[in-house]
Write a protein that binds this ligand. Structure first.
Ligand code: APR
Length: 238
């Protein structure tokens, strides 16, 4: 299936909230998802931040606090295992740290990271948060308020050009647990080489079935990804 490889394939994995669902972290658009409980405009936009920064800080504090109560699932560990056998870049829309905690590397967080905050006035001043709570009055070294290091709706996604280049150069592309609803991340799949092998893992119907060389495993990531990773390792070690 897909192109024949003379050398070890370059692999890119695009992940979304679905890969962390089995760890207990809500997705955004499933039944009971985050955007059912919170108004995007209030908690994930610059306007919301200007209007009520405490509400925004509290939204991310609660999500950051949850990180201490969840652990990576078999899907995260499967990607860390894949990286032991191939050159694999992980491009994630997730802001959790579960890929890292599963031992994966080469991780690009397109939409930022919960465990980081930054100066609201000097974006280059980025800090790891040791504590889950960030409050009004917590400031950067230059005295400006700290904000979540998250890409909000309407803000630039600085890593997109590099991510697109990685997809263009990939021989195999995994798309795991993303509804492909939010651009520009959702557009990355369309940068893939025509005959690159594309593997979609998502239990729900997706509107991408007509893409050449795409195979859809309609299963949960925690079930399908360990199996698919083992099959790929076997294919190239034969
Ligand atoms: N395994 C695999 N996929 C799953 C699982 C699972 N166990 N559970 C749910 N899914 C799938 C859903 O079918 C859906 O297609 O994960 C996807 C989750 O989609 P969204 O909730 O839209 O999450 P995501 O695509 O990551 O959202 C993208 O939107 O709100 C912004 O910045 C936010 O990064 C986020 C972006």
């Amino acid at each position: 299936m897909g192109k024949n490889f003379t050398k070890s394939p370059r692999i890119v994995v695009l992940t979304g909230a679905g890969i962390s669902a089995e760890s207990g972290i809500s997705t955004f658009r499933d039944q009971g998802g985050l955007w059912e409980k919170h108004d995007i405009m209030d908690v994930a936009t610059p306007e919301g931040w200007r209007r009520n920064p405490s509400l925004v800080l509290e939204f991310y504090n609660q999500r950051r606090k949850q990180l201490d109560e969840v652990i990576p699932n078999p899907a995260h560990f499967a990607l860390a295992k894949l990286q032991k056998h191939f050159q694999v870049d992980i491009i994630t829309q997730n802001v959790d740290d579960l890929h890292e905690r599963a031992g994966a590397t080469n991780i690009m967080h397109l939409h930022g990271e919960l465990r980081k905050v930054r100066s609201e006035k000097i974006p280059s001043l980025i800090y790891d948060t040791k504590h889950w709570e960030v409050k009004l009055g917590d400031t950067c070294e230059r005295g400006h308020q700290l904000r979540p290091h998250i890409v909000w709706f309407g803000e630039d996604v600085p890593f997109i050009p590099l991510a697109a280049q990685m997809v263009e150069n990939a021989d195999i592309i995994f798309v795991v647990g993303t509804s492909l609803n939010v651009y520009p991340a959702a557009g990355l799949l369309y940068h893939a080489q025509y005959n690159a092998r594309k593997i979609l893992i998502d239990p729900n119907e997706m509107q991408v079935e007509n893409i050449f060389q795409l195979r859809h495993f309609k299963e949960k990531a925690g079930d399908a990804l360990p199996r698919v990773v083992d099959e790929l390792i076997a294919e190239f070690s034969a």
